[in-house]
Design a binder for this molecule. Structure first.
Ligand code: GLC
Ligand code: CA
Length: 458
């Protein structure tokens, strides 16, 4: 594929959440062969690239963002051979492929985490992760009171090989997602190996999960004050103990050198939940090159806010030599047709918790607004990220039965926060198999309706 090296600066990139995209063999889970089968559909959307959310072997404690093995495909959804065929099929259709890299944490099923558990405190194996003795008389208290993103604590106690209670390990997300120690040389080298593994297989770029969290000030574990897990609320000078530390940029400078060994150079985009100015540092040309801008995702529908956000971000991107990115939807957020169909004052978390019954969605209004907003989005200079299903105008599904809630947020908050399953419901390819909230919105029906959202996106 002879693409311009800077193709990604002005691109439409479509996110696939593989497990709910297309299930080609009917075993209940979307798969890589399903993506291959849908290449003509992707092609019909005139996309520049697909971003594939994690497809690695995983127990799915966090929808695949808990990776057991960074250099393989989950047998539930395919094989490395299928992956190679998928790359070929996409490239043949002139669609680039970006894959998700999850460097902040592995899963607790990763062979190195198992090795760490079986090894002594202070061992080399434990140093790849962040193990510490607890406080209190018998180490029964966690090293500090940091919360995790999926609450409550960011620490979980382990058992020693002989069954007695042992050290604690750090996990900024679920306990099944132990954080890597990025001051460990082996960890650093293993990720370079992973990036090269996929780059050599023909992958065109990488989306870096929680890019701002890798480096921590481990010396302050016992002395740090309660830390804020919200990257927007931390100090803006790169000195927070956990997030957006200045040293994290050294990691991406090293990665950029590796990316530039390829022709064209590999592309990368940072997911960094920090304020716009700090976020742009990750997008510098000698680092990842691009960073997600989530400002529109967090805004309500309205010209005034849209204009402010767009103006600010165009200016910032220019100042760091990057291009802007725009996004209304992803696998972590309530879908935009629904957001725009609810009154501005509605708190989405509360609405989700009430199974969507606390406020009625004005779907007609939501659709009209989504259409207008998308038209604006796709006309802006820069790179646009689309999330599977938004081209079908899919609404959020707020009332999934408890048995179908897989997001760790639901269980970890003891049911006080619903989580993100409502935007991860399977794509309705046909009317017959469509979820009840998606009836009338299947790809099958929209294909032939000239005024459908699908044809609008095309
Ligand atoms: C990112 C992902 C999210 C995941 C989290 C932990 O924010 O988008 O889905 O839960 O990282 O990996
Ligand atoms: Ca399947």
């Amino acid at each position: 594929m002879a693409k311009d090296a800077l193709w990604w600066r002005q691109a439409a990139i479509y996110q696939i959440y593989p497990r709910s995209f297309y299930d080609s063999n009917g075993d209940g889970i979307g798969d890589l062969n399903g993506i291959i089968e849908k290449v003509p559909y992707l092609k019909s959307l005139n996309l520049d690239a697909v971003w594939l959310s994690p497809f690695y072997p995983s127990a799915l404690a966090d929808g695949g963002y808990d990776v057991d093995d960074y250099r393989d495909v989950d047998p539930k959804i395919g094989t490395l051979k299928d992956f190679d065929r998928m790359v070929k099929a996409l490239h043949k259709a002139d669609i680039s492929l970006i894959i998700d890299i999850v460097p902040n944490h592995s899963s607790n099923q990763h062979k190195w985490f198992k090795e760490a558990l079986a090894s002594e405190p202070g061992s080399k194996a434990r140093d790849r992760y962040i193990f510490r003795d607890g406080r209190g008389k018998n180490g029964e208290l966690p090293p500090n009171d940091w919360p995790s993103h999926f609450v409550p604590s960011a620490w979980t106690r382990t058992n020693n090989p002989d069954g007695t209670p042992g050290q604690w390990y750090l996990h900024l997300f679920a306990p099944e997602q132990p954080d890597w120690n990025w001051d460990n040389r082996e960890v650093e080298e293993d990720f370079l190996k992973t990036l090269r593994f996929w780059a050599d297989r023909g992958v065109d770029g990488f989306r870096i999960d929680v890019a701002h969290a890798l480096k921590k000030d481990l010396k302050r574990i016992y002395t740090a004050k309660k830390n804020n897990v919200d990257g927007f609320k931390i100090p803006q000078n790169g000195t927070d103990v956990l997030f957006d530390r200045n040293e994290v940029h050294e990691v991406y400078k090293t990665w950029r050198k590796l990316f530039n060994e390829y022709n064209p150079p590999k592309f990368a985009v940072a997911e960094a939940y920090v304020k716009a100015k700090r976020r742009m540092l990750y997008a510098r040309p000698d680092e990842l090159g691009q960073a997600f801008n989530f400002d529109l995702l967090g805004a309500y529908y309205g010209a005034k806010d849209f204009k402010r956000i767009i103006t600010e971000n165009l200016k910032l991107a220019k100042s760091e030599g990057s291009s802007s990115t725009w996004v209304f939807n992803n696998h972590d957020r309530v879908r935009h047709t629904t957001r725009f169909g609810l009154p501005k004052k509605v708190d989405l978390r509360t609405w989700l918790l009430a199974d969507g019954k606390s406020h009625k969605v004005d779907m007609e209004l939501g659709l009209q607004r989504a259409r207008a907003a998308t038209l604006m989005l796709l006309a802006l200079p820069g790179c646009t990220y689309l999330y599977q299903g938004e081209e079908l105008a899919l609404p959020e599904v707020p009332d999934l039965p408890e048995s179908e809630l897989a997001d760790p947020i639901w269980k970890r908050t003891s049911g006080t926060e619903k989580g993100r399953d409502g935007c991860r419901v399977s794509i309705p390819w046909s009317e017959a198999t469509a979820h009840k909230h998606f009836k009338g919105l299947s790809a099958e029906i929209q294909e032939s309706a000239s005024d459908s959202m699908l044809n609008f996106y095309r």
